[in-house]
Design a protein around this ligand. Sequence first.
Ligand code: NAD
Ligand code: WQD
Length: 338
Amino acid sequence: MQKIIVTGGCGYIGSHTTVALQNAGYNVVIFDNLANSRIDTLDRIAEITGTRPDFEHVDCTDTNAIQNAFAKNSDAIGVIHFAALKAVGESVQKPIEYYKNNLISLLNILEQMSAFDIKNIVFSSSATVYGTPDTLPVTEQTPLQPATSPYGQTKVMAETIIRDAVAANSNLRAVLLRYFNPIGAHPSGKIGELPNGVPNNLMPYITQVAAGIREKLNIFGNDYETRDGFCIRDYIDVNDLADAHVAAMRYMEQMQNGTAIFNLGTGRGLSVMELVNAFEHATGVKIKYEITSRRPGDVPAIWACADLAKEKLGWVAKTDLSDTMKSAWRWQQNISEK
Ligand code: NAD
Ligand code: WQD
């Protein structure tokens, strides 16, 4: 069985990707420091797939520890690098921590891949690299704009670092995946997103209001120049996102050396109100909300052109929006019980 190193594999997207990789026949070893995740995720993955992934409790910024972890797993064919801090607002307060965590981790991973001759890396990038785009939908050719937060800047810088590393090493291949807005949970309700404290993101906020943990949803602005005045995003089911990583891994096995970039979205923009309505229809639970002022830094509208991923990876987002809403709600109910 081919082995893949999944950094940050106990986190939200990493855990779903581990499930998808195991279901596709890969052997997964997770490297995670559990900074934003829980060890029992490994058991939950085992409940879903029948296999507990191997695990190294390691901080990717710790050069010696990472070297040892790679030495133990030098037979891996590739790395999927999720490990990062991801809270946009927090990154403005703690820029050094974000640059240090996200960039030193990446440098260590690239260094050890080179040392152990591991050829393939898939990197978690983000739609945040497009800033406020001039044209919609955004394609991979849409010019990048200066990021509006240190978090976003770590993604722009990481993409550059990876391209330069690949250009200098003819053995290395990279796929940069620019995720739009991941939502939902595994249909089993056994794994999902674990926000720390008050959620920053819309979907976990909605499910917490539905569960009675928060009194109401604050909707940030209804005066945007969009079809209904609310911000528009491309919400992508996390299970579809996970499948794209399997497709990327397969693609790399026959790809020429170099760096490939793919947008991962549905190709469909939904407004905040449309998402709230979709949740209510799918679950039958009403969401109390209040319209408040705009959130500084919010892009009015962004959604993906995901045609390239379809053409090259054979991947499309396929989960029905109402199934995504139901899985998010199932997961919320599961964690609320604990
Ligand atoms: P997450 O916080 O749930 O998962 C990240 C995992 O990485 C956690 O398990 C955390 O403990 C681990 N980690 C962080 N720093 C580490 C370090 N130094 N060493 C070892 N482990 C470390 O986040 P997620 O939503 O699953 O995001 C995964 C990746 O996708 C991140 O790189 C994130 O920036 C990127 N991304 C996320 C979104 C989103 O909306 N969730 C959108 C675009 C891109
Ligand atoms: C979505 C919409 C809000 C919360 C962020 C990061 C981005 C990427 C994905 C990592 C917006 C509105 C939200 C609330 C609201 N992450 N909203 N009330 O900002 O599109 O993207 O996560 O790379 O980099 O910036 O996602 O879920 O925070 O917001 O009205 O309580 O929901 O204004 O229009 P965003 P989000």
